[in-house]
Design a protein around this ligand. Structure first.
Ligand code: NAG
Ligand code: NAG
Ligand code: ZN
Length: 347
């Protein structure tokens, strides 16, 4: 009797240890060496099943864009652009959204709606685990296959200004960078001025292919006084000016027979009604995604923006720049980007 009860408690203990081990294995990311260190290559492309002519597996679609500017505004919620506040405070952007040379989407950010996991999702196209929330402030260089690694490897020159999380994740990828710190949440002016001060000179230069900007001011205003604060309006107006500056510059650069340029306006996550983020409520996960280029000819005016996943941007940008899609990407292509401007059929 005594023996069997100690065997029983021993068994319980064993099962408990197994349970904890199983939990920890799921909670912490498994670092599979091969999946972390291997990167997609163009030579990995499967052969096209071409009828008649011999297959040519090294054929890659040509790039669609020359320069790409990615403007990420931290905590940009979809209604800040598509809703009434967008109409009031972002007139230039709304004009672009309603014009024929843009495509608008609501991009769903997966929880945790925190900056570092969102940057990882946008660049790798994969969905980071929960442990990334814990490591949000202590991010290390990103070893996984990602868009910036692919771009740099294929010779693209990348410039970055904004949230220094990017500089920690991509320490060797930028031709030039200036990281701003999100440590002082009460500062919503200098963090953005430190980005904007580089714009005029950078936009004049011609020695870069991809420009990434990450503005933190709006997020800080959310944390201080919420999404209905009187500080939101002036901040959105300031961002609208930045968009105007970039758009007019990349349009005038499109001289000659070079490919058109692309401006991507996006958010990393939204903002709850109290101004926080991290969870999975609608205002936290719904971010606007506006793709602007003279290459686009949208057929209808502004309807309801389609809903896409935030990770869909990754393979879409890869293909549009003729880069291999990063290995762990689960995003889908956004078809509108690849639609050719077709003349209207006569009926
Ligand atoms: C395959 O593509 C390469 C590069 O474009 C070209 O040089 C080659 O002739 C092509 N081969 C066939 C069989 O079409
Ligand atoms: C802005 O730039 C100045 C000068 O480079 C620097 O001292 C300051 O810490 C920066 N501010 C932020 C919020 O990163
Ligand atoms: Zn953020």
């Amino acid at each position: 009797m005594k023996l069997s009860s100690s065997v029983f408690s021993g068994l319980c203990l064993l099962i408990e240890i197994l349970g904890i081990a199983l939990f920890l294995r799921g909670f912490f990311p498994v670092s599979i060496k091969s999946s972390l260190s291997s990167k997609s290559k163009l030579s990995d492309l499967p052969e096209e099943p071409v009828l008649g002519s011999s297959p040519n597996s090294s054929k890659v679609p040509p790039p669609l864009f020359n320069k790409v500017v990615i403007l990420l505004i931290d905590a940009l919620r979809d209604d800040f652009v598509f809703g009434p506040s967008g109409k009031r405070f972002m007139p230039y952007t709304r004009n672009l959204v309603e014009s024929v040379s843009s495509h608008s989407f609501v991009a769903k950010a997966r929880p945790p709606t925190v900056t570092m996991p969102r940057i990882k999702a946008l660049t790798t196209g994969s969905i980071p685990g929960f442990i990334d929330v814990v490591m949000n402030l202590n991010s290390q260089a990103l070893l996984e296959d990602n868009l910036l690694w692919q771009a740099k490897t294929s010779g693209k020159r990348i410039i970055f200004y904004g949230d220094d999380t990017w500089v920690r994740l991509f320490p060797k990828h930028f031709l030039e960078y200036d990281g701003t710190t999100s440590f002082f949440v009460s500062d919503y002016t200098e963090v953005d001025n430190n980005v904007t001060r580089h714009l005029d000179s950078t936009l004049k230069r011609d020695d870069w292919d991809i420009l990434i900007l990450h503005y933190l001011g709006l997020d800080h205003i959310g944390h201080i006084s919420g999404p209905h604060s009187s500080l939101i309006g002036p901040k959105l107006l300031e961002m609208d000016d930045v968009i105007k500056k970039i758009h007019t510059s990349i349009i005038t650069k499109e001289a000659g027979d070079s490919l058109p340029n692309l401006l991507v306006l996006c958010g990393d996550h939204g903002m709850s009604e109290t101004g926080s983020h991290g969870g999975s409520s609608e205002p936290e996960v719904n971010t606007p995604l506006v793709l602007i280029s003279s290459a686009f000819v949208k057929k209808e005016g502004m309807g309801e923006p389609l809903v896409v996943e935030q990770v869909d941007l990754t393979p879409t940008l890869s293909l549009a720049l003729a880069l291999p899609i990063s290995q762990n990407s689960v995003g889908r292509l956004i078809p509108a980007v690849f639609e050719k401007a077709a003349p209207l059929l006569p009926y």
